[in-house]
Design a protein around this ligand. Structure first.
Ligand SMILES: *Cc1c(COP(=O)(O)O)cnc(C)c1O
Length: 379
């Protein structure tokens, strides 16, 4: 309790934290200051996909720490180039800008869209979440997040998610970009429909705007493919990434096509820390571990198994791979009761649970989680 009192003295009251002080982690498990073990189905919010404190990850970072941590982008550094080459392989995008968070990757995407189209209008969707900085917040739907900070960016319109007809009424020749999450995360895990995504690209052909996929949460295997876009068989003009990209070492990225990259030049955007050798090494190690341990396949398989088991407890279970949401009454109370039974889960609202466990999770862990949830919900 001491730590929690001390926190109240010195940290700005911006988070509703769970009543636990976490001290160390191993694989799918976290341990508090009393040594109590928790199965982690949150993974730092879809971030620690390779599990906590993976030994190979630590070794690679330690080696890089001994060599070089930061130089700024005034100079060339090797891990940044290697990471961009690797990302080109797994994203099928052409060129990359590195930053430090999801919101930053979205900021860059909005700036790029304005610069390359020379148009001003952004279209986002109901339920969207793109981050907390002014630009990202301007395309984030939730009133609670927006209201205290107005005025936000002008020329932003929200259309109904998954409604092609409404979208077609609002796109026009002034539209710079349409930005969306292919699976809405903070809204409670709602996948886009194939028809909706198809309609966006048909409208793009007509009005020549930029399509931005925000893959900050869906990227790096979360949905059972490298990126959620792989389920839709389309290629955006711009794609944002962050969360699982560095397994907890802060790194974000804005990926673009050659057509977009051609219209960008020095001075348009930059970041001091973005793409530094340590963060890029963390991301390269993450990708290598994901490949070696077949984590995308595991995300697909375990996601399917987990969803099947969850649907025996909850009425509505949604998602792709290991990005899972379900309708639950008293979600916050389920979170609290699970915590006391050694299970970390997340609620995105009073009636929605979200499960985004490490992608290394196995059947045994899923079965434990299901036992706890069953007891909590039915007992
Ligand atoms: C988390 C998230 C962001 C914001 O990322 P931060 O690193 O918290 O700035 C943006 N977009 C989506 C889809 C997210 O899930």
């Amino acid at each position: 309790m001491d730590w929690i009192q001390r926190e109240r003295e010195v940290l700005i009251n911006l988070y509703s934290r769970q009543n636990v002080v976490l001290e160390r982690g191993k694989g799918c498990y976290l341990y508090d200051t009393e040594g109590k073990r928790y199965l982690d189905l949150v993974a730092g919010i879809a971030t620690v996909s390779i599990g906590h404190c993976n030994p190979l990850f630590i070794e690679k970072i330690k080696n890089q720490l001994d060599k070089l941590i930061h130089t700024s982008n005034l100079y060339y550094t090797i891990p940044q180039i290697q990471l961009a080459e690797k990302l080109r392989e797994i994203t099928n995008m052409d060129k990359f800008f590195f930053c430090n968070s999801g919101a930053e990757s979205v900021e860059a995407s909005l700036k790029f869209a304005r610069k390359v189209t020379r148009k001003k209008k952004f279209i986002a969707f109901t339920g969207s979440f793109h981050g907390r900085t002014f630009g990202a917040l301007s395309v984030t739907f939730k009133q609670r997040f927006r209201e205290p900070f107005k005025p936000l960016l002008d020329h932003v319109i929200f259309c109904e998610f998954n409604d092609p007809d409404e979208l077609s009424k609002h796109v026009d020749d002034e539209t710079a970009a349409v930005i969306l999450e292919l699976v809405q995360g903070e809204a409670g895990v709602y996948p886009a429909t194939q028809e909706f995504v198809k309609a966006i690209f048909e409208l793009k052909d007509e009005y020549d705007f930029v399509v931005i996929f925000d893959e900050v949460q869906t990227g790096f295997g979360r949905t059972g493919s490298w990126f959620a876009k792989d389920h839709f068989n389309v290629r955006p003009d711009i794609m944002t990434m962050a969360k699982a990209m560095g397994s907890g070492i802060p790194i974000g990225c804005t990926a673009v096509t050659n057509e977009v990259a051609e219209k960008l030049e020095p001075g348009d955007h930059a970041s001091t820390f973005g793409g530094n050798p340590l963060a890029c090494t963390a991301s390269l190690a993450t990708i290598e571990i994901m490949e070696n341990q077949n984590l995308i396949e595991n995300s697909r398989k375990m996601g399917e198994y987990f969803r099947k088991k969850l649907s025996e407890i909850f009425i509505e279970v949604r998602g792709l791979g290991l990005m899972i949401g379900c309708h639950a009454r008293n979600a916050y109370s389920i979170v609290e009761k699970s915590l006391s039974r050694g299970l970390l889960v997340n609620a995105t609202s009073e009636d929605t649970l979200r499960f985004v466990p490490p992608l290394i999770i196995g059947k045994e862990e899923v079965d434990f989680a299901i036992d706890v949830l069953e007891e909590v919900v039915k007992g």
